[in-house]
Ligand binder design. Structure first.
Ligand code: GDP
Ligand code: MG
Length: 441
């Protein structure tokens, strides 16, 4: 997985202070593979990555994140931006009914979507009518009727027994029926074929011309991966569409089709279908899709949390003190609180690439220990925190009483603190430290 591969990149980059060109290239290479594995079309990957590199090179150096994390963050932001850019709601007609035409290959999920969309619109206070214009497959009309019943909406269908009807005529009469019965929205379900062909495009554009839709939604199965690009291009040129609906997102597709279709056609992805049941439907969420494409939702969460918890200035000060051996218990408390704001340690570690092993080891770690440490430090006066050397026996007794721990707990903490500080001083010395030098390369 991407997480695994990034582990090595992260390792190589740990401890660096700024985004070098080589850092960006190394991380970009990994992201490129992730995008290709998620079935994003190659030309789309190329233009996307070059855009990201451009932005990464101009990026400010983040104190909270290491270089690889910074590049991932930029990639994620760009993905979300593109997937959600120019996002808009359904265009509603000034004079109802609003006509919504569904187009797409056979099996892409149009009829299923018709029911989902109708139910969703009903929930928003609309009064949709479904119109059955797929007269090609024997059971298509019945299927829409079943779907309409589940959605609790009316269905307009040609009268049975008249031979094969004309879908264009049915579409026209369906819209007239909506006007008559005062439906404010009409969803026109059409026939598709297994592959792109002229006959299908002609029929769809004839229906389009007959009903003059306010929205034409291109319905595309997310599982078709790379083929999404050529299919979307064919529908764009053959029928034209104003929005995209992705279906079958409950399958194991990595979602690359979304980015490809969005990039190639420039039309927004408006809805997502993620199951066969009528309630398996939602407006499209660009952030969820972005982390699906990158396959690293947890890492993204971690990056976000790290940024929130991290106070760059304070950390800079602490780092400087670290080098000069002036670290106080106050700094210690602050750092600990910053880490803990990110959630339980076990979750935190589990989110890191390769962190699952450590997570198991941490399973027995008693977090109440950290509560105790916090309570002890809070029980100290500012003077004691700044200069732990003054904490003598009587002060220890007072702090123990105040924070509800034993004197031995305080001895432990103070001893460990001095040990840690000594170690840091030695490390700083080894790296030619002094004045935060360890942060700069
Ligand atoms: P149409 O030919 O474009 O009208 O496609 P249908 O609506 O008939 O759907 C084709 C098949 O895909 C049916 O078996 C549906 O139940 C199934 N389907 C549609 N949408 C989804 C979805 O979001 N997830 C899953 N798992 N199946 C879906
Ligand atoms: Mg159908």
């Amino acid at each position: 997985t991407l997480s695994d591969r990034l582990t090595s990149v992260l390792k190589n980059l740990r401890g660096k202070g700024r985004l070098s060109e080589a850092d960006i290239d190394a991380t970009a290479r990994e992201i490129r593979v992730a995008l290709l594995e998620a079935d994003v079309a190659l030309p789309v990957v190329r233009s996307f990555i070059s855009g990201v590199k451009e932005r990464a090179k101009g990026a400010e150096v983040s104190q909270a994140l290491n270089p690889a994390q910074q590049v991932i963050k930029i990639v994620n932001e760009e993905l979300v931006g593109i997937l959600g850019g120019e996002k808009r709601d359904l265009a509603l007609a000034k004079n109802p009914p609003t006509v919504i035409l569904l187009a797409g290959l056979q099996g892409s999920g149009k009829t299923t979507l018709a029911g989902k969309l109708a139910k969703w619109l009903s929930g928003q206070g609309h009064t949709p009518l479904l119109v059955a214009c797929d007269l090609q497959r024997p059971n298509a009309v019945t299927q829409l009727q079943v779907v309409g019943e589940r959605a609790g909406v009316s269905v307009f269908a040609p009268e049975p027994g008249n031979g094969v009807g004309d879908p264009v005529d049915v579409a026209r009469r369906g819209v007239a029926e909506a006007q008559r019965a005062q439906h404010d929205t009409v969803i026109v379900d059409t026939a598709g074929r297994l592959g792109v062909d002229e006959e299908m495009m002609r029929q769809a554009s004839d229906i389009r011309d007959a009903v003059d839709p306010h929205e034409t939604l291109f319905v595309v199965d997310a599982m078709i991966g790379q083929d999404a690009v050529s299919t979307a291009e064919a529908f764009r040129d053959g029928v034209g569409f104003t929005g995209v609906v992705l279906t079958k997102l409950d399958g194991d597709a990595r979602g690359g089709a979304a980015l490809s279709v969005r990039q190639v056609t420039g039309q927004p992805i408006m809805f997502a279908s993620n199951g066969e049941k009528i309630e398996d439907f939602d407006v499209f969420h660009p952030d969820r899709m972005a982390s699906r494409i990158l396959g690293m939702g947890d890492v993204l969460t971690l990056i976000e949390q790290a940024e929130q918890a991290f106070d760059a200035d304070r950390a800079e000060q602490a780092a400087e003190k670290l080098g000069t051996g002036e670290l106080t218990l106050e700094d210690f408390l602050e750092q600990m609180q910053a880490v803990r704001r990110m959630g339980p340690l076990q979750n935190l570690v589990g989110m890191l690439p390769g962190g699952n092993q450590m997570k198991d080891q941490l399973a027995n770690f008693d977090e109440s220990y950290l509560d105790r440490v916090q309570a002890i430090i809070r029980g100290m006066t500012p003077e004691e925190r700044a200069n732990p050397k003054i904490i003598n026996a009587s002060r220890r007794q007072r702090i123990a009483n105040g924070s509800g721990v034993r004197v031995s707990d305080i001895n432990d903490l103070v001893n460990r603190f001095f040990e840690a500080r000594k170690m840091m001083q030695q490390m700083a010395g080894q790296f030619g430290g002094g004045g935060g030098g360890s942060r700069k390369n």
